[in-house]
Write a protein that binds this ligand. Structure first.
Ligand SMILES: Cc1ncc(COP(=O)(O)O)c(C=O)c1O
Length: 439
């Protein structure tokens, strides 16, 4: 464990803060379960562009990117200016203002299915409201979800087996199995079926098969179920109309977060006017669903969101990130192959690490080396451990499983990261922390 010891001893201030945090934050000292590293993670002080720095003076290329929210990178001038100007004019009015209309209009100009728009404090809130609207609209209560698809931690969104979760109305079925989906929907019991944009985990660590995802909408419609596409990660990242736009999908409801607000906290629900009309107060007041929320359409968030959406509208930023993504995929896979490691990298603007056998190769479209979910998810403990070695070599990843790109990442950043990946693998294997599968 020589390298891990080196990692820890070269971060004395982070270690000290970690020890202090243990007294406050029950989940092993961290404030988000995904921020856990063993023996501890770096405590960050500032960030700019593609870089982030810790309290011990280490610089990292940030491939975590605000959990995928910072598609423009850290401190993009347009976002900083928009926030600064708005802060001087007031952060929270608790009243209507023109920016909420401008932001909604920008979103509608990009998302063809967005007949109506609602603002929330975060992505999971938008999903929760989507479920409620679907229940009110259909008069049903059951929620259909897919294995490994992440939508948040609230009752209907979390894994039903999680302690404390009331999941009796939720059924989770395998991904990409049309006969199971059809059988469930045919019961006529489901208010809503949820799918994550791209596939399970951060834009598709386990991707949807295109035939399957194209069938979800028509099947849901036939059986009177609302289809909610969760584009909290993929929205505006996979193109101005999100992943749904790329795939030409027509979900009844779509949720957004992360990129849409330029890296500030927000969730957005868009979709059919008749379903979202359940929010409207009217003569049938019993049927109106109250939508409150102190932070809804907060001016400072709207200002950042408008600035971000204006930049993301013509798709050129997404195209640039996709190109850097393709370069990273090629460079990393060539290097891994040359070094005889049975690891591969796949994906588009979020690159996932595949820990498996070399019999599979990644194609040029960023598709994964296999369709087998178990294989794609295998080795998550090893990847998490590898993430610490990557930190040691100046690379901050998403839980060691993914590299999340932004407009600030360059091909030079990628070259450094690929080199670090090989060194991290070498160190982790030398420490006996991870093993490689035979070629
Ligand atoms: C696909 C997806 N949906 C919903 C959420 C929840 O969003 P938030 O953390 O903004 O509530 C996340 C968070 O990572 C996500 O990845």
């Amino acid at each position: 464990m020589a390298v891990i010891d080196e990692y820890a001893t070269s971060r004395p201030r982070s270690r000290e803060l970690h020890m202090r945090a243990l007294d406050h934050f029950a989940a092993r000292g961290v404030t988000h379960v995904g921020r856990t590293w063993e023996p501890f993670g770096p405590y960050m002080t500032h960030a700019r562009g593609s870089r982030i720095w810790d309290v011990d003076g280490h610089e990292y290329i940030d491939f975590r990117n605000g959990h995928g929210a910072l598609i423009l990178g850290h401190g993009h001038p347009a976002i900083v200016t928009a926030m600064q100007e708005q802060t001087a004019r007031g952060t929270l009015y608790s009243a209507s203002h023109e920016m909420e209309i401008e932001w909604a209009e920008l979103i509608k100009s990009m998302v063809p299915t967005a007949e109506r728009v609602e603002f929330f404090a975060c992505g999971q809130e938008a999903n929760m409201m989507g479920i409620r609207l679907a229940r009110a609209f259909t008069g049903r209560t059951k929620v259909l979800r897919f294995e490994e698809n992440f939508h948040g931690w609230a009752d209907e969104l979390a894994d039903p087996g999680t302690p404390g979760v009331v999941g009796s109305e939720v059924r989770v079925i395998p991904m990409n199995d049309l006969s199971v989906l059809e059988k469930e929907l045919a019961t006529g019991e489901y208010a809503v079926v949820l799918t994550e944009g791209g596939g399970a985990h951060m834009a598709g660590q386990v991707p949807w098969e295109s035939d399957f995802i194209s069938a979800v909408g028509p099947l849901a419609e036939r059986h009177g179920t609302i289809w909610l596409l969760d584009e909290v990660v993929t929205g505006f990242r996979d193109g101005p109309a999100g992943w749904g736009g790329l795939m030409k999908l027509r979900p009844d409801l779509t949720t957004f977060g992360k990129s849409v607000a330029g890296g500030l906290p927000a969730g957005i629900l868009t979709g059919r006017a008749d379903v979202m009309g359940m929010l409207a107060p009217g003569p049938e007041t019993k049927r109106c669903i109250p939508h409150s929320g102190t932070w809804n359409a907060m001016p400072i968030v709207c200002a950042a969101g408008i600035a971000a959406c204006k930049l993301l509208r013509d798709g050129s930023i997404q195209k640039q990130i996709n190109e850097v993504g393709a370069y990273m995929r090629d460079t990393a896979n060539q290097a891994l192959r040359r070094s005889n490691h049975n690891w591969r990298v796949y994906g588009r603007t979020i690159l996932h690490i595949y820990f498996g056998t070399a019999e599979f190769e990644v194609d040029d479209l960023g598709s994964p080396p296999t369709k087998d979910m178990k294989k794609l998810l295998t080795g998550s403990d090893e990847k998490r451990r590898l993430g610490v070695y990557l930190l040691h070599h100046g690379i901050h990843t998403h839980k060691g499983v993914a590299f999340i790109l932004s407009a600030a990442h360059t091909k030079d950043d990628v070259d450094i990261a690929v080199d670090a990946l090989l060194r991290a693998i070498r160190d982790a294997m030398a420490d006996g922390t991870i093993g490689d599968l035979p070629s």
